[in-house]
Structure formats: C-alpha cells, structure tokens
Ligand binder design. Sequence first.
Ligand code: FAD
Length: 529
Amino acid sequence: MSTGQRDVEVDVVIVGYGPVGQYLAYKLGRLGWTSACIERFPEAYAFPRAVHFDDEVARLFQSIGLDPSDNPAVQPYDNLYRWVNADKEVLLELDWTGIGPSGWQTSNFFHQPDLEREIRKIVDTETRAEVHRGWEAVELHQDDQGATVLARSTRGDGATRTFRGRYVVGADGANSFVRTSLGITMTDLGFEFDWLILDVLPHEPMHFDPPAWQWCRPERPTTVVPGGAPHRRRWEYMRMPDESIEELNTEATAWERLAEFGLTPDNATLERHVVYTFRARWCDQWRRGRALLAGDAVHLMPPFAGQGMCAGLRDAEALLWRLDAVLAGRSPDALLDSYGPERTEHVRYFIELSMGLGRVICVSAPEAATLRDLEMRAAHQDPSLAPAEPAPPHLGPGILGSHPLAGHLSHQGRVIVAGREGRFDDVCGQGWTVLARPGALAHLSDAIRTWCSEVGVRLFEVGAPGSGAQVIDVEGRYDAWLDELGTPVAVVRPDFYLYDAVPAERLDEALRGLRTALETGSVARVTVG
Ligand SMILES: Cc1cc2nc3c(=O)[nH]c(=O)nc-3n(C[C@H](O)[C@H](O)[C@H](O)COP(=O)(O)OP(=O)(O)OC[C@H]3O[C@@H](n4cnc5c(N)ncnc54)[C@H](O)[C@@H]3O)c2cc1C
C-alpha cells in the first residue's frame, strides 16, 4: 500500500474501496492493468449492509479464488424464502434452493465485513492494485487522454494529491461524488421507505423455518434473515408513519423489538442498529467521457431480493473485459458506450423485482393488507391466479449476437480436462469462450482460428464421457444447456453472458461478427442461424 504524498499515475483510478472497487482493482491487476483505489475512510468499514448473494456472484467470487462453499464469512443456504402475513399464513415463496446455473448454491448468506476482509486479502496479493485510504475525491477533470482526480486527506492534515488514470471508475456508493461531478441524473421510481436494521449475534444458534422470511404484518412489517457466519441474524423493521427515525434508531428500541424473538442482552450481542432509506433508482448515463460508474454509484434498490451488491459486481465484470480491450488497443473507446445500455436493462429487472417485493411487505394500512392477503393467499393456493413469473433477466442492447437467448447468463458445470476435474472456470479459466459439441469446430476457417488465438477467444469441444471431447461434461449440464439453446455451439463472453448460439456451419460468421463488434465497438448486425 502506498502512503507517500506523490501524485499517482495508473491505468485506472477507482474512487471507492467498497466491494465493487475491491473486485475491480484485483481483476484489473490480473489482466495486467495498474489501478489506484481512493477511499475516504482510513480504516475498513466495520458494519454489514449486504447479507446475501446468488450463484452468479458465487461464480464471480470463484474467479478471484474465493470459494463460497468453504469460506468462514459465508453460509451457503438451501431453503425457501417465505413471505407470511400477520397470522403467519404463507403469501409467497421464492425458491432459493439447489445449485443455480452458475454452478453454485442459489443463495448464500454472509457477513459483509468478514467477506470484504477476505477479498482485501486477495487484493493485497495484486501488486498492480494500489490502495490509498484516508483520501476523499473532491475534484474530477477530464481530457482526451484520461482523467485526473484531486483527493483531499481525511486525516485532518489538509494534504491533497492527484490521481491520474486513462479511465476513472466511480465505485463510490450511493452518494457518489463521481456521479455528482459528472452531472448525471437518475431515474427514480419513487420507492422510499425507512427501515431499522438490527444486526445480532445470538450467543447460541437460532433456528427458524425457513431461515429467511418476511413477516408482512401491517402493524410492524418485519424481515428475519440470516446474517452470515457463524450464526448471525438480521432483523429489519419498517418505520411506521407515527414513528420518528430518532426514536426508532436506539438501542432501547432494538432490544424492545428483539424481545418478541426471545432475545435479550443476556443471550445475544447487538452488533449494530441503523436506519436506512430504501430507494429504487438508476443513472440515465453510466459513462461520460473517461469516467464510468459502477455499483451503488449507478443504481440503488431496496434489499428485499438481496441483489444490490450482486448488481454492482456484475457491473464490474461488464467493465473489466471492455476496459481490458480498450486499454490494450484491441478495441476503440466506443466499446465502453455499450456498458450502460446493457447493464441498465439488467439492473432494472432487479430494481423492479425488489420494488415489487417491497410493495408486498411495505404495507401499513390494515385494509390494504387485508386485500393483499386475500389476493396473495388465493394465488399461493391456486398458482393459476398468480401473476406470470417474470422472464429471466437479460442484458440490454450491446455486444450481443442474434440468438434469442443472447444476453442471458451462461451455465457452469463440472468438467474433466486432461484428467483434471473441477468447475469449468477452475479447469479452463475465464475469457471469451466457444463451447461446441464434438465436431462442431471443424467448420472454422484458419483466418478465424488465428484471430481467436491472437485475441484470446478459447475454443472448446465439450461432450459426454466417452465422446472423445476435450472437455468432459461430467454432469451433462452443457448437453442440457445446448439443448435448451437449440444449437451445437455457444459463444460466451468473459462476464459469463451468452454472446451468441449458432449452428456449427454459422460459427465462422458469428465469430467474424464478434471480431467486427470488438474492432468497432458496436455490433454490425449479422443475422446468424
Ligand atoms: C440494509 C441493506 C441490506 C442490503 N442487503 C443486500 C444483500 O443482501 N445483497 C446484496 O447484494 N446487496 C445488499 N445491499 C446493497 C449492498 O450493500 C450495496 O449494493 C453494496 O455494498 C454497494 O457496494 P459499492 O462498492 O458499490 O458501494 P459501497 O459499499 O457504498 O462503497 C463505496 C465506497 O466509496 C467510498 N467513497 C464514497 N465517496 C468517496 C469519495 N468522494 N472519495 C473516496 N471514497 C469515497 C465510501 O467510503 C465507500 O467505502 C444492502 C444494502 C442495505 C443498505
């Protein structure tokens, strides 16, 4: 870690060293790029906000060498997420069981300070990532070649220093300085509720069935969820119209609320109480010139689906391969223009999902709650009355081929390659990936094969044991996924989203389309298949 007062010049300046800044810094370093993270807090933030991540984010953690199934901060979780009314009748159940498409447990609960400590240990191994704590970004200037951030010491000594990068990423949270200084506006869905958050370490493990549930009682809407290892729990209480934030946010109120769950200072430690305002917003632009936004700086959502940090880490992945290509000169700066449109559509899905879930619980009027209970109980008992399941999330327009599922998440299964068995990314690595049924690569031209090896597009034939494929599909996951796509070939982006899926004889054309997209920064529409 650098502690001197020199001005700093790197490839990418990252403002904010929360989970998104940490992840970005480490992976930029792995790609060979230098970064400087500017963080205003001299010490790591000691309290959790997020408690949950999904299988896709588990795969992202896998990519930095952090195994979510074997980490002291994480409790993999296999259960339903239940929403009940005042009488504890089930209104809604979300199936968070089993292994998700990314090859990890669908749902995982964690203690954010512990998990961030694990991530920071990983960042510390990356010499290309500098971390500058105790500096607050206060000015941002841009020119054609890069951007400069002026930071002021938060240690009270009045010192300033500049950080120069070819790009700047604002990963500086909900009140982002970078977003404000760029003058970027936000679309606000008008959702706004205050909630008291109580993080508790019971002295003995507590058992709830299911472990995560929402008690949608109108007199006191309450969230009861795991809080991460070893057996932490979180309670959240909506502020009622007749309560002030000041009277809600006290230790006395916390214990008074926890008493109904049998918790007292004798059998539990209250790690913190805080009131957050839950909002639903996203930025109308995700980049301006040499400055880009990621994480809470660019979107905010109520936490009912446990997706805010997850979305921020997806932003980081979407930025990483683009920045890599642009910094290396393989792609023009215009490639970065597709970052916002792709991510906006995806994050909107989760913002709207979270807001929809919020609308179920954030009901304090008894009549409205009765009506909600009637409708939701009926829908729970007779699924034909339930609203249609939303289609899975997908990226908005961007660097995508023309298959109907382009922009959807890819799958990860267990494979064997040259006698080594493991999850695909552990065995084969991360990057542009062509997954083809045995024989399907035979159609590739020499010119495209050469381009693939020059720019690092990896070509794999994948098949069942005994098929002779280079990659053995141990669980049949790739077979099932290619069946679902209806093609023998899938082209997967480094951020694990499907670029395109094509018949074998159209693969050459699809990859020529990809080459054009990467060389021009935008997709020249090639109709494939
Ligand atoms: C109650 C609650 C529950 C949540 N639950 C979940 C959940 O279960 N799952 C989930 O995925 N998400 C959840 N979230 C959301 C999640 O916590 C955030 O999305 C995530 O922490 C955002 O990470 P970030 O790195 O973008 O920003 P932050 O974690 O906010 O980090 C930004 C950093 O930038 C620094 N900074 C700010 N301005 C400057 C400046 N000018 N100069 C230098 N440094 C600066 C800050 O000090 C901070 O360290 C929850 C949020 C809340 C409030």
